[in-house]
Design a binder for this molecule. Structure first.
Ligand code: C2O
Ligand code: CU
Ligand code: CU
Length: 527
């Protein structure tokens, strides 16, 4: 018998109320309404500064900057009324320092693990990679959206232990885009990221600069992640009632951290601002809007500029996705509009009364659509969920395979493939591929029952093109329930082993992640 996910969640919710922490007594969750809003000015993550230089692996006569980011536990105040919160971060900050790169100019980062030996969030030792005996303070860093050689990509099993460090090379051979770095450790990724292990990685280039977009104090990063807290201001990560298997299928916090604080305000001038928005939540899809009813004008998605700006009353961002938006405050001098999400007003803008300046949104540019005919093959790949009655838990799989099974996706370097993501579950799963950028071809309703019983894809609706704000280059795409989502992927970059996975971190940690391997053309099996 297979329980559908909703039934399973309902049974879990009733069993888990009040919220339990593994093996301890019920603990109440902080009511965010008890905190006075808009009392802290929005912090801007510091910029990472190089500490030295190293010869380029591509040309030893060229020196490239070396950064060093220690991974550490620290405490920080997320709200003036709360005591400091225990967090894990890069260089004592969460979000960590923002790394900025020029397209084509490589850099090195030494990631130094200075974490404690034990985790402070509920590790589930029944998950693959998190078995009893593995030290808690494992870490490995991945640059999400980066075109990075495999040995520097942060393979989930290549973690390093407290006291160890690794230096990774980032060539940055890619277009301007808002990327981000975060932990990727097998089996505890959801906990490491919930603890605070993420930061921004911004790639700039001349094509983007030629647009004259708002810069400096008018270009603001917004790193959003939902969290719940205990009344004493500590991170509250839920645990299933079975203390031996505390994994939960999803986590939805009741409040939102923006650049590491709750309910901040931002002083702005009556001009147009560029916001680089990242959804760093474990499982929450964001639905952002402005209290004025004005549009957020999206100009870029995960992998850079869109073909045309898209005005949006409501901006949906799945976990892992990014959006660059322009917001025009020129007619709002003296006003205090807010940015809203489903869980309320999360950021207040305090618009100054100075002279207003207008800005014209850049006009459309050519964005090449990859022709479907360029694909050398189509892979049908299922998204599935199973309930395990042992351990009161469930498993999510990609194409019916566990992490440890042999690699099945082996595209050839330089070729283009279509991946048809066949969602047999009741939920949207944001699917992310490392190394590559891709485009969404379409989404189409189909009959899951026919597919499961006969393997035949029977469509029940017309193909739906991607939303206008998804019509550019992506690295993460929501695969909706009951639909086949087709993405077209040029496998460019480097040969070697990477991963693809659902970016709902609880799913990723419980088998919804698979390796894929890019083969050198000469290593292709002869037909
Ligand atoms: Cu955001 Cu595998 O990563
Ligand atoms: Cu990634
Ligand atoms: Cu998922």
């Amino acid at each position: 018998m297979v329980l559908r996910r909703r039934e399973f969640l309902a049974s879990l919710a009733s069993a888990a109320l009040p919220r339990l922490r593994a093996g301890s007594t019920p603990r109440p969750t902080l009511d965010p309404a008890s905190l006075a809003p808009f009392r802290t000015s929005l912090p801007i993550p510091p910029l990472a500064r190089p500490v030295g230089e190293r010869p380029s692996p591509l040309d030893p006569k060229v020196s490239l900057p070396l950064y060093r980011l220690p991974i550490r536990e620290f405490r920080a105040k997320v709200h003036p009324d709360l005591p400091p919160t225990r967090l894990w971060g890069y260089d004592g900050a969460s979000p960590g320092p923002t790394i900025t790169a020029r397209s084509g100019d490589g850099l090195f980062v030494e990631w130094a693990n200075e974490l404690p030996e034990a985790h402070f969030l509920p590790v589930d030792h029944t998950l693959h990679g998190a078995e009893v005996g593995q030290p808690g303070g494992r870490a490995v860093v991945h640059v999400h959206g980066g075109r990075v050689p495999p040995e520097s990509d942060g393979y989930p099993e290549d973690f390093w232990l407290p006291g160890q460090s690794k230096t990774y090379f980032y060539p940055n051979g890619q277009d301007a885009a808002t990327l981000w770095y975060h932990d990727h450790t097998m089996g505890i990724n959801r906990l490491n990221i919930y603890a605070g292990l993420f930061g921004l990685y911004i790639v700039r280039d001349a094509a983007e600069e030629a647009l004259g977009l708002p810069r400096g104090s008018e270009e603001i990063p917004l790193v959003l992640c939902d969290r719940s807290f205990t009344p004493d201001g500590q991170l509250d990560y839920p645990a299933a009632p079975d203390g031996k298997a505390p994994w939960v299928p999803e986590v939805f916090g009741n409040t939102m951290l923006i650049n590491g604080v709750l309910s901040p305000y931002l002083d702005v001038e009556p001009r147009t601002y560029r916001f680089r928005i990242l959804n760093a939540s474990n499982g929450r899809f964001l639905h952002l809007s402005l209290s004025t009813g004005d549009a957020l004008t999206q100009i870029a998605s995960d992998q850079g500029l869109l073909g045309a700006a898209v005005p949006l009353k409501l901006l949906t961002l799945a976990p892992g996705e990014r959006a660059d938006v322009l917001v025009d405050f020129s007619r709002l001098g003296g006003a205090r509009p807010t940015l809203k999400n489903d869980i309320g007003e999360i950021l207040q803008f305090r618009v100054g009364a100075g002279t207003s300046t207008s800005f014209s949104v850049p006009s459309p540019r050519a964005l090449e659509r990859i022709p479907e005919s360029s694909a050398v093959r189509t892979r049908l790949l299922t998204l599935e969920e199973y309930t395990n009655f042992v351990g009161h838990s469930m498993t999510m799989l990609l194409n019916g395979a566990h992490w440890t099974q042999p690699v099945t996706e082996k595209p050839l370097l330089g070729t283009t493939e279509v991946w048809s993501l066949i969602n047999l579950t009741d939920d949207s799963h944001p699917i992310h591929l490392h190394l590559v950028r891709f485009q969404i071809l379409d989404r189409r309703r189909f009959e899951p029952f026919t597919f499961q019983t006969t393997g035949v894809l029977k469509y029940t609706g017309p193909p739906v093109p991607p939303e206008a704000n998804e019509a550019g280059w992506k690295d993460t795409a929501a695969a909706h329930p009951g639909m086949v989502t087709r993405i077209i992927v040029p496998f460019l970059g480097f040969p070697g082993r990477y991963v693809w996975h659902c970016h709902i971190l609880e799913h990723e940690d419980n088998e919804m992640m698979r390796p894929f391997e890019i083969l050198r053309p000469e290593a292709a099996p002869t037909p």
